[in-house]
Design a protein around this ligand. Sequence first.
Ligand code: FE2
Length: 376
Amino acid sequence: METLTAPKAEVKKDVDFLPLNGTDYVEFFVGNAKQAAHYYQSAFGFEPIAYAGLETGVRDCASYVLQQDKIRLVLTASLHPDSEIAEHVKKHGDGVKVIALWVDDATRAFEETVKRGAKPFVIPKAEKDEFGEVVRSGIHTFGETVHVFVERKNYHGVFLPGYKPYRSLRKTEPVGFRYVDHMVGNVGWNEMNTWVKFYEDVMGFKNILSFDDKDISTEYSALMSKVMSNGNGRIKFPINEPAEGKKKSQVEEYLDFYHSQGVQHIALATDNIIETVSALRSRGVEFLTVPASYYDTVLDRVGHIDEDLAPLRDLGILIDRDDEGYLLQIFSKPVEDRPTLFYEIIQRKGAKSFGKGNFKALFEAIEREQELRGTL
Ligand code: FE2
């Protein structure tokens, strides 16, 4: 029996103890959910599908659920000053509270992660209505952010028990978002490896890519990043920490204004970035721009691409290539008053990487914005 011990442990190590089907929803705590919902509908093309609040018997908060293909956003605001939601908004401004992960067994997801050291947020709880049952559980991650595990295989309602279908008077015009490609967390000085270890040990993720300050530094500022992925690759969380530079890095600026670690950007995938970004821009979404000279040499770096360069240049879309293909990407300016959360729009044409070839141009664009804000 002794001889079986080592191989047995090896085999066990490769079993995914936390199988994840995808991102279930992303919940923001905001100051005014009704108005935020209007923004995400009118600017980003998300369709409002469900609501919970005073009219549905919820007394302490209001939540709007918006959807575009596989992406579901929940916008929640407090109705009273003394609440976790109100405290969160006071401290962080509008920001991501919950990264919810779709699982087949929320009880097991909770037990497996807590057994490995996760701090419980919600113990497994079944919620029911006439459309069935949802089981949710949750654990803490960086800052005040949490992961909620959602088991909805026995549920056929619009979102979750307690939510009622909601229709906006406004017709929704989607912009072509398909799914959440990745979500990035900003953590504090020397904390990146702590959180890398958390995702490895507690959630069974693997570090699939690393960038150090030599990859990601400009004349002024620097950061380090490690990309964590779950077993099937559907969930990817790059983790950033600031690095020493001549001036303040973008991660430090985030930490100063979010007042803790938290979600820096959400990357949304599209199958046609030119159409998606054209629509977003026409609705007033602001993007970072790179100097026109970027486009003079980009094709020398990335080789042939299917798209015409002119619309990419006009829209400020960036291009990068890795061994498996290329990708097109662009970054929004922060979508709230504080320089905290922003969006990345990404179209992958084979590439599985994150646009390392664009880091310098991109970070110089961010520094120009920081200069305007007086935070460089
Ligand atoms: Fe990204």
